[in-house]
Design a protein around this ligand. Structure first.
Ligand code: C2O
Length: 354
């Protein structure tokens, strides 16, 4: 997959849900100053200190304050016209553009989900988002937190996102994410009555299934090939569960009213076009990204894909200096080389073999 043709970026549509038809939505990047053909390849800058992403439930006050400040600065960038590519809305629009049909690739709408593009696309997306936040607060080591939902200690909405009026809060969430409710990692919307203990146990068993039993080889973990003109649309194990359930659980239930009176179509987290408007999106995806590292750490056949059409696939991003770059999948396989890593947490699901 080559980088999308930015010159032909067009209207996208909000993903439909039962009551709502698809609605046009515009989320193209701001006009590109340079010629599309001369956008250079990105080279990971050399760094002296690694950015360490830590579990969100352990964040201290200093970190929370810093992170809130960074997001509020990013939101302030939205106040200019045309939209600043580094602003909060335009960062969320990146997700929309790559998921909701704004780009055409080989005559078909580009969609990075349900395929092997899922892990690398989101890795690069978070990479730049994190660097932009760090630059906004003058902290070159700023790192995103991760939503540690694979560990019982993190199976709730991380508290820092649930402070009304703070920049990490989002009104367009399902009210059930509050009050320390435990997320059901396997639910696509249906609510099952069970005890907390049972739910924690189910979640761990499910993690075992998705990381170990069902993902013994790369294509099952990463998802089906996405090649020009021939997509099978099978998500990888983790993309399917728990990644999607966490989105659905967090967003407003479809059909329920949103704060503006409109009927919800899963906003924010439960719809592709709006997911990036909830700051917790990036925390959720940090843990998805961490699962990629954890999966490889198990060894054996659990390795990155080696097919050239995967390694050579490209995306387009703005860096923290508003410069445009094309990035390759082959350059995002090692997070340490990219300048960040994950503070370790126990992975208790490893002991939940059925
Ligand atoms: Cu691009 Cu979690 O979705």
């Amino acid at each position: 997959i080559p980088i999308p043709d930015l010159k032909t970026c067009g209207p996208a549509t909000k993903t439909a849900c039962p009551d709502n038809p698809t609605i046009p939505y515009s989320c193209c990047p701001p006009p590109i100053p340079t010629n599309y053909d001369t956008i250079p390849y990105y080279k990971v800058p050399t760094m002296t200190k690694i950015r360490m992403r830590s579990p969100a439930q352990n964040a201290d006050e200093e970190y929370i304050a810093k992170y809130n400040l960074a997001i509020s600065k990013m939101k302030e960038l939205d106040k200019t016209e045309p939209l600043n590519p580094l602003g909060f809305k335009q960062q969320a629009n990146i997700h929309c553009a790559y998921c909701n049909g704004a780009y055409l690739i080989g005559g078909k709408q580009l969609q990075v989900h349900n395929s092997w593009l899922f892990f690398p696309f989101h890795r690069w997306y978070l990479y730049f988002y994190e660097r932009i936040l760090g630059t906004l607060i003058g902290d070159p080591t700023f790192a995103l937190p991760y939503w540690n939902w694979d560990n019982p200690k993190g199976m709730r909405l991380p508290p820092m996102y649930d402070v009304e009026g703070s920049s990490l809060y989002d009104e367009r969430r399902n009210p059930h994410v509050r009050n320390r409710t435990i997320v059901d990692l396997g639910s696509f919307g249906e609510e099952v009555q069970t005890t907390e203990l049972q739910l924690l146990t189910n979640n761990l068993a499910l993690m075992y299934r998705q990381m170990v039993t069902n993902a013994p080889c790369p294509l099952l973990f990463f998802g089906s090939p996405y090649v020009l003109g021939n997509n099978i649309d099978t998500p990888g194990t983790i993309e399917n569960i728990p990644h999607i359930p966490v989105h659905i659980w967090t967003g407003t239930e479809a059909g329920k009213p949103l704060p503006n009176g409109e009927k919800s179509c899963g906003e924010d987290m439960g719809n592709f076009y709006s997911a990036g408007l909830d700051p917790v999106f990036y925390c959720h995806h940090a843990n998805v990204d961490r699962m990629w590292n954890e999966w490889k750490a198990m060894g054996g056949k659990r390795k990155d894909l080696t097919r050239k059409d995967w390694l050579d696939s490209e995306f387009f991003f703005y860096d923290e200096n508003k410069k445009t770059y094309r990035v390759k999948i082959s350059d995002c396989l090692d997070t340490k080389k990219m300048g960040y890593d994950y503070a370790p947490m126990p992975t208790p699901w490893r002991n939940f073999r059925p």
